[in-house]
Design a protein around this ligand. Structure first.
Ligand SMILES: C[S@@+](CC[C@H](N)C(=O)[O-])C[C@H]1O[C@@H](n2cnc3c(N)ncnc32)[C@H](O)[C@@H]1O
Length: 260
């Protein structure tokens, strides 16, 4: 029996946990505190699956790219504590004002996740809450410069090159691994990009950074990417462009699962 979750395997046939490596998610869950306003967020079903599969009640979930707080609200719903970081003040304030913080604590920290000083604040929170470490990390970084999240210099979406982006991301990974309990899990949610006529396998580069830091790769999950283009009725234009050229349209992202 796994010791890293609360799943009841007596009813395993009825389990809502996905165990295939292909996740086709047809609709964003907009229930509860999720309003989907943030361009570049992920669907709540992603952190939900990871939290239920890889944590037990009362453990701490961590997200160093908190954005609109999708992971925070899922942690709260399922009775897990939460610590998150984002570099944008308005987002941190907004998520802070929405989390409940009654039975399970939720600390949202303003800072740069690649800096040790920001992680000093994470360690202070853990100490204050009598927790030794985090039990699951979910990382959903900018996909390099595809979406510019802010004008802040240390925002990873403003990295001047792929090399600089990967160096910054590696520092976030290193900091995160330092507070992750041994034998527990870290997930990276990431997509690729296309620049100057070339497919840039950002997902695999990020996977490589995690492996260089000693994490064990457990799964590569492919998730479908529907949404923006369809919403904007741009599917046709993209198909025409692809047919008249030599490339395929991005339809997938990765959820990479690692064990410490
Ligand atoms: C892809 S979004 C995360 C979205 C989030 N999963 C959600 O559902 O709303 C990436 C986030 O990383 C933040 N970010 C970028 N660079 C950062 C850094 N160095 N430290 C902390 N946060 C950073 C951005 O402000 C942005 O909100």
């Amino acid at each position: 029996m796994p010791i890293f979750n609360d799943l009841n395997l007596e009813n395993w046939k009825d389990s809502e946990i996905w165990t295939d490596s292909l996740w086709i998610i047809s609709e964003r869950d907009k229930s509860g505190k999720h309003d989907g306003f943030y361009h570049g967020n992920f669907v709540p079903q992603i952190p939900r699956q990871l939290i239920l599969r890889y944590t037990k009640k009362d453990e701490v979930v961590f997200d160093p790219f908190v954005g609109s707080g999708t992971t925070a609200y899922e942690a709260e719903t399922f009775g897990r504590h939460f610590i998150g970081i984002d570099i944008q003040k308005n987002l941190v304030e907004q998520v802070k004002s929405k989390v409940d913080n009654k039975k399970y604590f939720s600390e949202i920290i303003l800072g740069d996740s690649s800096k040790n000083t920001t992680f000093d604040k994470v360690s202070e929170t853990l100490k204050k809450q009598n927790k030794e470490n985090i039990s699951l990390a979910i990382l959903h970084p900018p996909y390099a410069d595809i979406i510019k999240f802010s004008n802040l210099k240390d925002d990873l979406s403003n990295a001047k090159s792929l090399k600089e982006f990967l160096e910054g991301f590696s520092l976030v990974l290193k900091n995160t691994i330092s507070i992750l309990e041994k034998s527990r899990y870290l997930a990276i949610v990431i997509g690729d990009k296309y620049t100057a006529g070339q497919w840039i396998p950002l997902g695999f580069y990020c996977m490589n950074e995690a492996q260089k830091l000693g994490l064990t790769l457990k799964s590569i999950i492919i998730k479908n990417m529907e949404g923006n283009r369809a919403k904007q009725n741009k599917e046709g234009i993209w198909r025409y462009r692809a047919l008249s050229s030599d490339y395929y349209i991005f339809k997938h992202e990765y959820i990479l699962i690692f064990k410490k």
